[in-house]
Design a protein around this ligand. Structure first.
Ligand code: NAD
Ligand code: USQ
Length: 411
């Protein structure tokens, strides 16, 4: 049986690049659609990934040279409906994997403009995709990256998407209540509601992957070639907890645990991200089904992660300090957290659990590129309260145009 055709939207990004190569290497006809806006945001905020990433064209040329496989490229914005429609009609995917969103919680909390930009980019892009699939290829399987942060941190167990509710003697199965913690996480809730609607009303087939925080950088296809290397963000806007801690350890910066560090989240290795997507592609949702999987493999508090990095660093001779910095976010720092994650494992996921060897390899990787680290990019500068951080007290007032002060938010 011929392998499926998979369009990876956001295929120039961290999860998307690793996924596109993983699928291509395994014989799926793969295409990438991306408008490269993430590279533009990096430029605007004057941040760079730890790793020097090549242009998407150079990446794809090198992939063809080394693997003998072509990945088609559609350069454009999914908010541009004619472009999106043409790309879909041209490639004719069996499945669309949708990674193509603004994915940083701090970015979405910089100011009103960034909140609007995040929600318009994410919600409108996703809506366009829903309508394009409905009108052009209703049998196509939409695999949408959601986030565990849609649920927030409720004081009850987190189920996979749905909750059985009994109320006044009657029962129903309803979407699990959402309490997201940022304008970005809210955009994912809006996406989920829109996709759920499309599956109920138009019988589309969709899988919502509520992914936890991803860590790591090496996948089989991106490991050994600088032109295929993946991005690894460490700055206070796009960098995520464990990746940041490893890079901080490598450059001798105290690990920035926000607040008391009891914040608990689901985490997964990027090698499991790519495998989860492949599993979703191979097991499409039924027509009319809105399937929700919680895509993480383990739960940790950020304080626990910092201690693990400290111990792994000590074995390498690094003197790693942990610093509980004032929390720039408004979030619970001590809370109950117990999220289910059995659906992907039932479909065959064999998790890579967080281990000393993974931490060693991440730390070594960070040490290799440490000359590229700009220490000023490490501290968090975006405050959930909307107030300016101490460093920016002298900036323009919030009523003045905000765009000009953004570079100062990321020093
Ligand atoms: P990323 O920023 O590295 O990549 C996103 C890619 O999407 C970028 O290449 C960007 O240019 C592209 N893009 C954004 N808007 C677009 C648009 N309108 N049209 C076309 N392309 C567009 O992000 P990532 O870390 O790879 O995350 C990918 C997805 O996975 C996101 O939806 C994110 O919410 C989700 N996710 C990520 C993590 C994580 O830890 N990185 C965890 C859970 C969920
Ligand atoms: N944190 C620290 N120190 C840091 C960075 C973060 O203590 O230096 C804390 C945060 O306060 C938060 C937790 O770590 O409590 C997670 O923060 P994060 O920046 O690692 O992740 P988050 O903002 O939640 O967003 C990331 C991705 C996003 C994805 C989400 C999955 O950027 O795209 O949706 O992880 S989840 O968290 O499950 O919603």
């Amino acid at each position: 049986m011929s392998k499926k055709r998979v369009l990876v939207i956001g295929g120039d990004g961290y999860c998307g690049w690793a996924t596109a190569l993983h699928l291509s290497a395994r014989g799926y006809e793969t295409a990438i659609l991306d408008n490269l806006i993430r590279r533009h945001w990096d430029n605007q905020l004057q941040i760079e990934t730890l790793t020097p990433i090549a242009s998407i064209q150079k990446r794809l040329e090198r992939w063809k040279e080394t693997s003998g496989k072509s990945i088609e490229l559609y350069l454009g914005d999914i908010n541009d409906y004619p472009f999106l429609s043409e790309a879909l009609l041209d490639f004719k995917p069996d499945a669309v994997v949708h990674f193509g969103e603004q994915r940083s919680a701090p970015f979405s909390m910089i100011n009103r403009e960034r909140a609007v930009e995040t929600q318009v980019n994410n919600v409108v892009g996703n809506l366009n995709l829903i309508y394009a699939i409905r009108d052009l290829m209703p049998d196509c399987h939409l695999i949408k990256l959601g986030t565990m942060g849609e649920y927030g941190t409720p004081n009850i167990d987190i189920e996979e998407g749905y909750l059985e509710v009994e109320h006044n003697g009657r029962k129903d199965r309803m979407l699990y209540p959402k309490q997201p913690g940022s304008m970005y996480h809210l955009s994912k809730v809006h996406d989920s509601n829109n996709i759920y609607f499309a599956t109920r009303i138009w019988k589309l087939r969709a899988t919502d992957l509520n992914q936890g925080v991803v860590y790591g950088v090496i996948t089989d296809e991106t490991a050994d070639d600088e032109l295929l290397i993946n991005r690894l963000d460490y700055d206070g806007v796009f960098g995520t907890a464990l990746n940041r801690f490893c890079i901080q350890a490598a450059v001798g910066h105290p690990l920035t645990v926000y607040g008391s560090g009891g914040q608990t989240r689901g985490f997964l290795d990027i090698r499991d991200t790519v495998r989860c997507i492949e599993i979703a592609v191979n097991n499409p949702a039924d027509r009319g089904e809105f399937r929700v999987f919680n895509q993480f493999t383990e739960q940790f508090s950020v304080g626990q992660l910092a201690k693990m990095v400290q111990q792994a660093g000590a074995k390498m001779g690094l003197n790693v300090e942990i610093q509980n910095v004032p929390n720039p976010r408004i979030e619970k720092e001590e809370h109950y957290y117990n999220a289910k994650n059995t659906a992907l494992i039932d479909l065959g996921l064999e998790p890579h659990y967080l281990s000393d060897s993974l931490l060693d390899s991440l730390l070594n990787f960070a040490v290799r590129y440490k000359e590229r680290v700009d220490m000023n990019l490490i501290p968090p500068h975006v405050l959930w309260s909307g107030k300016k951080s101490v460093e920016n007290q002298s900036d323009t007032s919030p009523t003045e145009p905000q765009k000009s002060q953004e570079p100062a938010l990321v020093k």
